[in-house]
Write a protein of this length. Structure first.
Length: 312
């Protein structure tokens, strides 16, 4: 059945019946607004949007995949502040002929990704639209800690990375060339593996700045460098090229480091730490904060696009 046949309120009932409540949810879907516990008395909030044809394609990804991806993009922003996610609000705009099953499975993906961090989908909105669009707002709790912002990096700090980069960008390139393998790369594009625990961990360790790598490591660290008024120098040899990525790069005629350094959508976390901090295995050093401005690689400007820009 299409969403038009099910109807707005029928679809809402079908979707909300699939949603479990996390520990922070005091009142979930069903009223004019949800009620979420905020023990810290501060709420961390972020929002992101996915548009069909721009961020995803239904012939490349299942509804569950899109749900996981939409949730991950927002939850990663919350942990990048050093907070713990608590809730998601989702607005879904869709064509009337969309199968209701697709919307229901999207909700399954959203709920499953949120559950990995103890959060839940607590409400949202639906509307008819010629373009399938998913807008997600994430909420989080700082647990008494100061937020880790982009403007705190200082010369001498260590730049470290949690998670992987380049996999999702490689997967996108593979799909756009008409292939479905290597599976490792394609699945990385469909469902990011976000290192959620690393965000609050970095805050406890004393990270001076942190950011979610959504648009590309060079581009996103460029935001940190600009906000902090410093330079950041990355070491190319700190990044290994996995075998499957190297094979795909060779077959497609692509420099794999363009994926690793400038590819987005893996949602790794990049942070800066004082030199005195002993980093756990979660975090691997990849560079240094230096005097100056901007981001360099082995002391030299990077040649080529540094990341994704929607309007370029």
């Amino acid at each position: 059945m299409s969403v038009a046949e099910v109807g707005e309120f029928g679809l809402i009932e079908r979707v909300t019946a699939r949603l479990a409540h996390g520990p922070a949810t005091l009142l979930g879907p069903g009223d004019d607004a949800a009620v979420i516990a905020a023990p810290d008395a501060r709420v961390t909030a972020s929002t992101d949007v996915l548009v069909e044809g721009r961020h995803f394609r239904r012939d490349w990804s299942s509804a569950r995949d899109v749900g996981h991806r939409a949730a991950a993009a927002n939850l990663a922003d919350i942990v990048a502040m050093g907070a713990s996610p608590t809730a998601l609000l989702v607005a879904l705009c869709m064509p009337a002929d969309l199968e209701s099953r697709w919307a229901e499975e999207l909700a399954d993906g959203l709920a499953a990704e949120a559950a990995t961090v103890g959060a839940s989908v607590v409400g949202g909105d639906m509307s008819a639209s010629p373009t399938l669009t998913i807008a997600v707002t994430a909420l989080g709790d700082l647990g008494g800690r100061a937020p880790v912002v982009r403007s705190g990096a200082r010369a001498g700090d260590v730049v470290a990375l949690a998670g992987r980069t380049g996999h999702a960008a490689a997967g996108l390139t593979v799909l756009s060339r008409g292939f479905r393998t290597p599976r490792l790369l394609v699945e990385a594009y469909r469902r990011p593996e976000v290192p959620y625990p690393a965000g609050p961990e970095a805050a406890r360790l004393g990270a001076t700045s942190m950011i979610d790598v959504s648009d590309g490591l060079l581009a996103d660290l460029g935001h940190v460098a600009k906000a902090s008024g410093v330079g950041i120098d990355l070491r190319r040899d700190a990044f290994d090229v996995p075998r499957q990525m190297g094979d795909a790069a060779q077959a497609l005629g692509v420099d794999p480091y363009s994926w690793i350094l400038a590819g987005g959508d893996d949602h790794a976390l990049a942070a800066t730490f004082p030199q005195s901090v002993v980093l756990p295995p979660t975090w691997r050093p990849v560079g240094r904060v230096v005097a100056g401005l901007g981001v360099t690689v082995d002391g030299q400007p990077y040649v080529g696009p540094a990341g994704w820009d929607h309007f370029r």
